[in-house]
Ligand binder design. Structure first.
Ligand SMILES: [Fe+2]
Length: 294
């Protein structure tokens, strides 16, 4: 099967796009690469955009872009999706630097935009703001975690990295422990969007920078059990939660275990079902407040 190889971008709607552009450029440190009457495009390095902002009545994540490989055939991928009884659309030149994409909906109504990256956009890392390495993952609340997890694996080629009990799945499409994670809570909506930082030092700088600019942390810093990443969460101006993370587990696909780290409890650390235990969410012990679930 043709599997998607990486998350390329996430698209959001919100009432006040200007405020969110200011947050992404001044605070997070992404570059505004293009602006048209429909959308604002933001990115950090070789991709033209990793975040797309559009006007809408309420803040929500509407679409996620995934890249397939240079040698993969988009038509073959489309037939593979249709083979699951899913209706697809082929779109040309709807987003800058993406000539052709196949779009279809996942079971919770988020639009998947799958494409081959033809043109790289060689902007540099900015020098102002937090400046993450990349968009790392998008997490969702879902009503039916089993169904949506199966969809991402069967249709897009994701692999399960871990489960927490039977209600929270962590899925990868490359070496990173998770690119999509799904938590069953009774509604279908965005949970958080995560950007990768360099290391613990970068995390400290980022938390201080957020604080100086009036952003308070919702939870963290801490170290997750599942994925073992350092984390710190805050709320963006549009009300959606941003996670900053570092040191996320990376899978050696050929050997079937995550690269060993001193903070692992399993040797080797392999995909598994974690018990619903506080250490699965924070090895350092401090649990999230109610604000995280809003
Ligand atoms: Fe996360």
């Amino acid at each position: 099967m043709i599997r998607v190889k990486k998350i390329a971008h996430a698209s959001y709607e919100m009432p006040d796009v200007e405020k969110q552009i200011e947050y992404y450029t001044e605070i997070l440190g992404l570059t505004l690469t293009e602006r048209d009457k429909d959308a604002a495009y933001l990115a950090s390095t070789v991709d033209h955009h990793s975040v797309v902002l559009r006007n809408g009545a309420q803040a929500r994540c509407t679409r996620i872009g995934f890249q397939i490989g240079q040698d993969d055939d988009l038509g073959e991928f489309e037939r593979q999706v249709q083979g699951h009884g899913i209706k697809t659309q082929r779109k040309n030149d709807t987003e800058p630097t993406i000539r052709q994409m196949v779009t279809f909906e996942d079971p919770k109504g988020t639009v998947m935009e799958v494409f081959k990256r033809d043109d790289f956009s060689g902007q540099r890392f900015p020098t102002k703001g937090i400046v993450p390495h990349k968009l790392g993952h998008v997490a969702f609340h879902v009503t039916d975690v089993k169904n949506v997890t199966k969809y991402y694996c069967d249709v897009l080629g994701f692999r399960v990295s871990d489960w927490m009990g039977d209600f929270f799945s962590f899925l990868r499409c490359g070496p990173d422990h998770h690119t999509i994670n799904l938590m069953e809570t009774g509604s279908n909506r965005h949970f958080h969007t995560a950007f990768e930082l360099r290391d613990w030092g970068h995390m400290q700088t980022a938390c201080d920078y957020l604080s100086v600019n009036g952003y308070k942390l919702l939870w963290g810093p801490g170290r997750h059990g599942i994925g073992h990443n350092l984390f710190a969460y805050h709320r963006a101006p549009n009300g959606l939660i941003t996670e900053l993370f570092a040191e996320l587990d990376r899978m050696n696909e050929d050997l079937g275990y995550f690269e060993p780290r001193p903070w692992h409890r399993d040797r080797p650390q392999k995909p598994k079902v974690w018990e619903k235990d506080p250490s699965a969410s924070n090895l350092w012990g401090i649990l999230p407040g109610e604000e995280m679930m809003k």
